[in-house]
Write a protein that binds this ligand. Structure first.
Ligand SMILES: [Mg+2]
Length: 278
C-alpha cells in the first residue's frame, strides 16, 4: 500500500477545492495543460486513481498538453516505459524533461560538464564530455552526492565554471512513500560555498515553463500547470504567468498550499481537470 493515497478522504468533496478556489481565481478557462509526472500521474509503483482514464480523455478531446518533469533519475525513454507499464498511452514527444533541456543548454553554450547525476542518465551527455570540464551539472544524483564529487564540483566552480542545476526541488516522494532529498539542498550547498548562483534549467525556471507553453502554441495565461510541488510546480508556474493547480497527491503534505495561496487545489489529477474534460 502506498502511503498517502489511501489515507486521503478523496470522496468527501471532489469539487470542493476547485469550486472554492478556481471560480474566484480562474480568469480564463485554460486551453492547454502542463502536467507534472511523479506524484501527479503516479505515486511509487502505482498510477494515481483515475489518472490513466483522465489522461486518455484529455488526449481524445485533443486538449493540448505536455508532461513536464524534473525527474532526473530517468531518461525520457525510461520515463515513457514506466508510464506505459502503468497503462498511460503516450508518445515520446509529449514529455518535456529537465534532463533533455539541460543537454540542449550545454550544447547551445558549448559547455563540457562535470556531471553529478544519476548513472541512469549519464549516457545522454556522452558527446559533451571533455577531459577538461568547464561547467558543473547537478541532477538528482542519489548516492553520487558524496563528498569527493561535491568537492570536485566546488573546486571547479571556484575556478570559474558555471553551476547548472537541472532543477531546484527540495525533496521528492520516494518509492517507499516517504520524502527524500532532491537537487535543491545540494545546489544550495555549492552556492553557499562558492558565493555563486546556479542556473536552473527545469522547473521552477520561467524559461522552462515558457518553452513548454511555446510547444503548446499557447500564451502562458491560457495554460494550466498541474503539479504536486507547491513551490517548484505551482508558485513558479504562477510567477511565470500560467494558471496553476496543486494536487494533494505525491509529495503534497497538508499546509503546502501556504506556498501558493492564489492557486487552485484539487484532490487528484482527475479533479484538477474536471470541467475541462467530461
Ligand atoms: Mg511531482
Amino acid at each position: 500500500m502506498i502511503k498517502g493515497i489511501h489515507d486521503r478522504n478523496v470522496d468527501a468533496h471532489p469539487y470542493r477545492c476547485l469550486t472554492h478556489h478556481s471560480n474566484q481565481g480562474r480568469k480564463v478557462m485554460p486551453k492547454g495543460l502542463l502536467i507534472d509526472i511523479a506524484g501527479v500521474l503516479y505515486e511509487g509503483d502505482q498510477a494515481v486513481p483515475g489518472a490513466v482514464d483522465t489522461l486518455e480523455k484529455i488526449r481524445r478531446e485533443r486538449i493540448p498538453f505536455l508532461l513536464v518533469t524534473n525527474t532526473t533519475r530517468k531518461t525520457r525513454h525510461q520515463l515513457l516505459d514506466r508510464l506505459r507499464a502503468l497503462d498511460f498511452y503516450l508518445d515520446e514527444g509529449r514529455i518535456l524533461s529537465a534532463v533533455d533541456a539541460t543537454a540542449d543548454y550545454l550544447r547551445n553554450n558549448k559547455l563540457h560538464p562535470l556531471l553529478i547525476v544519476h548513472p541512469a542518465i549519464r549516457g545522454l551527455f556522452a558527446d559533451l564530455i571533455d577531459p577538461i570540464p568547464n561547467a558543473v551539472v547537478l541532477g538528482d544524483a542519489g548516492d553520487n552526492f558524496d563528498y569527493d564529487n561535491l568537492n570536485r564540483a566546488f573546486r571547479l566552480i571556484m575556478d570559474g565554471a558555471p553551476l547548472i542545476a537541472m532543477g531546484d526541488n527540495r525533496y521528492f516522494s520516494d518509492t517507499d512513500g516517504r520524502l527524500s532529498l532532491d537537487i535543491g539542498p545540494f545546489k544550495a550547498a555549492l552556492e553557499r560555498a562558492t558565493g555563486t548562483q546556479a542556473t536552473v534549467i527545469g522547473k521552477p525556471s520561467a524559461t522552462f515553463f515558457h518553452s513548454a507553453c511555446k510547444r503548446l502554441a499557447l500564451p502562458p495565461e491560457d495554460v494550466l500547470m498541474i503539479g504536486d510541488d507547491a513551490q517548484t510546480d505551482i508558485a513558479a508556474a504562477q510567477a511565470a504567468g500560467l494558471q496553476a493547480c496543486l494536487v494533494k497527491t505525491g509529495k503534497y503534505r497538508p499546509g503546502d498550499e501556504r506556498h501558493c495561496p492564489q492557486a487552485e487545489l484539487a484532490e487528484t489529477f482527475s479533479d484538477a481537470v474536471r470541467g475541462l474534460v467530461e
